[in-house]
Design a protein around this ligand. Structure first.
Ligand SMILES: Cc1ncc(COP(=O)(O)O)c(C=O)c1O
Length: 338
């Protein structure tokens, strides 16, 4: 047997095997020299993705938006432009929101606008006028030809210097939308080798300086996972690149407190209001011993985790399924929960 690059091989306690992966048994361990030491024990099996067949749980790249709102106008996407010295582009001096769009419109727009104002204030930008953004959202989402989409609202400092000094302004407003596929009921995640600094000036603020998340998500995709999870400086589980994490331990649903450095996710916040959830710090070892693990975000809603590094879970488990249902029902009943 030939093993492909070892980085494409994952070990699971037999007989667990996530869907979409092909099992390759390492028998009778003639090749164990090429396996990491911790896997050289009976009852483990190697699985690897078949080259050329991507993991079905990995999301496709969304199509480019058709039309884009810039400042006060709706334009064809290829005609829209912002300044080449916009400070959002030059140094990431901007804030943003990503919202789920359904037949009922953009979900929880009021909460997203409130968070955007808090982010702008934290960055020292003037807050966007919520009525102006609502008007832009209505224009962008009018006549949309899809059932499920993503609306992105970006607010930057506007034209500015080529360094980190304050932007000259006025701020730039951009809204764009795109159709998306529904998230699968469960997915795979990996812990990334970089740390979330819970003491940083911009920690928990949704700024456009997301390069660290871009890098971490790439790290996850390269390992057949759809999310990369950060620990913070003291080794507590913090959050994903674009999601919050929940663990179910002996029936108790636990999520990291905001002091861990996690973003105050709107989905997280709603679940804290609609279900019995405890906020408390968890180490990686504790979290990976959970009975169930799930993620929340605007586009994942409540999504089970069936693999986290080399640990597998039966996902979505019973508690996750119940919370998926609670979230689906409550969010359908009120598309803009105050
Ligand atoms: C770093 C980070 N954490 C968590 C979340 C989840 O937040 P929400 O539920 O508001 O989508 C996001 C959303 O993109 C995020 O960027």
């Amino acid at each position: 047997m030939m093993l492909y690059q070892l980085s494409h091989v994952r070990m699971f306690p037999a007989p667990a095997r996530p869907a979409g992966l092909v099992e390759v048994r390492v028998e009778p361990y003639r090749h164990r020299w090429c396996l990491p030491k911790r896997h050289r024990r009976r009852g483990m099996m190697a699985v690897m993705t078949v080259p050329g067949e991507p993991d079905q749980t990995l999301p496709d790249t969304s199509p480019a938006p058709r039309r884009v709102w810039v400042d006060d106008r709706l334009l064809e996407a290829d005609e829209a432009s912002v300044s080449a010295v916009d400070h959002g582009l030059v140094v990431g001096d901007g804030v943003f929101e990503s919202l789920k769009v359904t037949a009922a419109g953009a979900f929880a727009l009021g909460r997203h606008l409130a968070r955007m104002s808090r982010s702008a204030e934290a960055l020292g930008l003037p807050a966007p006028d919520p009525d102006r953004v609502r008007e832009a959202a209505d224009a962008v989402l009018a006549d949309r030809p899809y059932e499920l989409g993503l609306l992105r609202i970006t607010w930057t400092g506007g034209a500015g210097p080529l360094g980190s000094q304050r932007a000259y302004g006025p701020p730039t407003l951009v809204l764009a939308d795109t159709p998306v596929e529904p998230a699968p009921a469960s997915t795979s995640v990996v812990t990334v080798p970089w740390t979330r600094n819970e003491h940083g000036a911009m920690t928990g603020v949704k700024t456009t300086s997301y390069a660290e998340n871009v890098r971490a998500l790439r790290h996850a995709y390269d390992r057949d996972a759809t999310e990369g999870l950060f620990l913070n400086t003291v080794g507590h589980v913090c959050e994903g690149t674009g999601s919050n994490l929940f663990c179910v331990l002996d029936g108790e649903v636990v999520t990291s407190p905001l002091a861990s450095g996690a973003l105050a996710g709107i989905t997280r916040e709603l679940l804290l209001e609609w279900a019995d959830v405890t906020e408390r710090d968890l180490t990686l070892a504790e979290a990976q011993r959970a009975d169930e693990v799930f993620l929340t975000s605007s586009l994942r809603d409540v999504q089970g985790v069936h693999r986290w590094d080399e640990v597998t879970f039966d996902a979505p488990g019973p508690v996750t399924r119940r919370l998926q249902q609670v979230f689906a029902e409550r969010s359908a009943a009120d598309p803009d929960p105050r």
